[in-house]
Design a protein around this ligand. Structure first.
Ligand SMILES: NC(=O)c1ccc[n+]([C@@H]2O[C@H](COP(=O)([O-])OP(=O)(O)OC[C@H]3O[C@@H](n4cnc5c(N)ncnc54)[C@H](O)[C@@H]3O)[C@@H](O)[C@H]2O)c1
Ligand SMILES: O=C(O)[C@H](O)COP(=O)(O)O
Length: 600
């Protein structure tokens, strides 16, 4: 970066940061739009911006399907909890406008109508399980509603159920049981097949698929897997060979499905793909009914291509009573029980409740499915930079002169970290949020920031500058440039013609360190006044006394100048918003050429 301003003068605050009172901070919204009120007696260092420390009103959580007690307890400690099961879609739409969060399992379709009916109040949907195919994610994102799930707690339960179905199917357990209970004793009819030495193809080698593979190997099976996204070393570590889709179909004696239901996996087993399988193949499905064309499966069962199927999940749940598939004698069916163990349900309930409460507090979630998902340790390291990113976005956009359309924003991250060791998605989202919120009438949060930016034709490009030195901090500086606009503060235009602001994190506190080509240093804790003038004695005193007269507390002051007595920019951090009269008086100080008040 070019540094044309040669010196920076930093004045200490009259009020120490640690003793700043936030009592009077205006209510605003957290990263996820929940009202954030009264951050009492805390220094900024102690309370990152997206955490709510106290809320005047308890949020309301609607739990629409049965949830484990431990999860309910966690929710009740923080929110009013309304457990209303078996609501019709209409009833759900009516109730939702009174709820801040909704918790569901796979039995509730969270449709666009629900988000529309919420009137903007619904902030979080918690899916107490893995599959989120019952939630309209696009609609959630457009409405700024965070969707979180519970991705880990039911893995073992689902894998165990897969193995239960595999073994029960191979030995006709369900059919034989029904037969004995009806008074029969058909020992010759229910001769099964052995698993040992047979090839099992695991389709979808994620959490559940890997656990199924591990257990199947313990049963002496030869396990192969197909998953276009799974790392080969993970498969190798379990002793599983990753193969192509067609190879899996052609060589498997048993196929176990473990991929999510997505447009790409919908009806992935169909007439064409059944035709590629070994005659007499046996299929287990604990993933989603929709990955199989169920009518084609009936045809394949009738034709003997598929000898047996064991199914926990169905396209329509519950399936119609007269379903040919369910009634087929070679089909074993369970009512979506994969996650239904006592242990898994307690775990899932806690996992989702923690995520919902965290999101309602405004914390960034590690299990978010429609917002940048960042591992907890990275999240904690990035926290101050997240605050910096949002504030730089907010500052930059306020420097744009009215009438200029912001179309193109360039963000530059200076970092000593290797390129693949810095995840900037969260930072970019926060810059976008910071830029759009002050100029938009629509509700913006981290979830819909990218979507809204796209809708408004705002292009955000990113660049990384690899710095020398030790990469202790993930980011050394963040620079935000807005091209092709006029500025209401001409000194914010850099030598290359764009509005430019640069910031750094110092001792955990975000600082503005450059405006246009002027180096300044002001902590981004309150709001900021930028003034430009020819450097001369007494300027700080003059502005300071105007602010002091109406008891506006100055937190930081800094002057960046080309050279002594040359063009300078003064950046003043203030804890309270000065009155219009005071701002007018600052503008009237003879040496001040231009000034701007920037709310943060
Ligand atoms: N029956 C139940 O009660 C139950 C319980 C848990 C999970 N599930 C289902 O199982 C699915 C998997 O759960 P998980 O926890 O293992 O999720 P996961 O995300 O850990 O694993 C899914 C795997 O599928 C892979 N995949 C994606 N597209 C694929 C494709 N076209 N072909 C092959 N593989 C593909 C992914 O790369 C990933 O590795 C969930 O999405 C859910 O629908 C059902
Ligand atoms: O995706 C999942 O986690 C499972 O399908 C479990 O669904 P459930 O919560 O309805 O049991």
């Amino acid at each position: 970066m070019a540094a044309s301003a040669s010196s920076t003068m930093l004045l200490s605050s009259k009020t120490s940061r640690a003793s700043l009172s936030w009592k009077n901070q205006l209510a605003s919204t957290s990263a996820f739009g929940v009202p954030r009120v009264s951050l009492r007696h805390r220094s900024h260092r102690q309370c990152p911006r997206f955490i709510v420390l106290s809320m005047d009103a308890k949020p309301t959580v609607l739990v629409a399907e049965k949830l484990g007690e431990a999860g309910l307890k966690l929710l009740k400690e923080f929110a009013n909890v309304d457990c209303s099961y078996n609501l019709s879609p209409e009833e759900l739409c009516t109730k939702i406008s009174l709820c801040d969060a909704l918790v569901v399992r796979s039995g509730t379709k969270v449709t666009r109508e629900i988000f529309e009916s919420s009137g903007g109040r619904l902030k979080v949907v918690g899916r107490a399980g893995v599959g989120i195919d019952n939630v309209d994610l696009a609609a959630a994102t457009e409405h700024g509603c965070l969707v979180v799930n519970a991705p880990t707690a039911n893995t073992v339960a689902a894998a165990e159920h897969g193995i239960a179905l595999l073994t029960a199917m191979a030995r006709n357990v369900a059919q034989a049981d029904a037969s004995v209970k009806s008074g029969k004793w058909l020992r010759n009819k229910y001769v099964g097949v052995s698993l040992v030495g047979k090839t099992l193809a695991v389709m979808g080698f994620g959490k559940v698929g890997s656990e199924v593979a591990r257990r199947a190997k313990g049963l002496g099976m030869h396990v192969i897997a197909h998953d276009p996204y799974a790392p080969a070393d993970r498969a190798r570590a379990i002793g599983v060979e990753l193969v192509s889709f067609d190879e899996a179909l052609a060589s498997a004696d048993f196929i176990s499905l473990h991929m999510p239901l997505t447009p790409a996996t919908k009806k992935v087993l169909n007439d064409e793909t059944f035709a590629k399988m070994k005659k007499g193949v046996r299929i287990v499905n604990v993933a989603r009914g929709g990955v199989i064309d169920e009518e084609a499966l009936v045809r394949a069962l009738d034709a003997g291509i598929v000898a047996q199927a064991a199914l926990d999940v169905f396209t329509e749940e519950p399936p119609p009573k007269d379903s040919k598939l369910i009634q087929h004698e070679n089909v074993t069916a369970t009512p979506h029980l994969g996650a239904s163990t006592t242990e898994a349900q307690e775990g899932v309930a806690i996992e989702v409740a923690e995520a919902v409460v965290g999101a309602l507090k405004g914390e960034l979630s590690a299990t978010a499915v429609n917002a940048p998902m960042v591992p907890a340790e990275v999240l904690s390291e990035l926290k101050p930079f997240v605050v910096l990113a949002e504030k730089l976005g907010r500052l930059a956009v306020q420097l744009v002169a009215g009438g200029s359309g912001v179309k193109s924003v360039k963000v530059t991250y200076g970092s000593a970290r290797a390129p693949d060791d810095l995840d900037t998605r969260l930072l970019r989202a926060m810059i976008t949020k910071g830029m759009i919120e002050p100029i938009s009438s629509v509700f913006i949060n981290l979830v819909n920031a990218d979507f809204t930016a796209k809708q408004r034709g705002l292009q955000i490009s990113e660049e990384r500058i690899l710095l020398d030195g030790s990469p202790e901090s993930p980011v050394e500086f963040i620079q935000v440039q807005i091209a092709n606009v006029e500025s209401k503060f001409a000194s914010a235009i850099s030598d290359s013609g764009e509005i430019r602001v640069v910031g750094r994190v110092k001792d955990g506190i975000p600082h503005l360190t450059k405006v246009g080509s002027f180096e300044v240093d002001v902590s981004l804790e309150g709001s900021i006044i930028l003034c430009s003038q020819v450097d001369q004695p007494g300027m700080i005193g003059k502005v300071g006394s105007v602010l002091g007269e109406e008891n506006v507390n100055v937190s930081f002051m800094s002057v960046g100048r080309i050279a002594p007595r040359k063009q300078a920019v003064m950046a003043i951090g203030v804890d309270e918003q000065p009155s219009k009269e005071s701002l007018k008086r600052i503008g009237e100080i003879p040496a001040i050429q231009e000034f701007v008040y920037l709310g943060l």
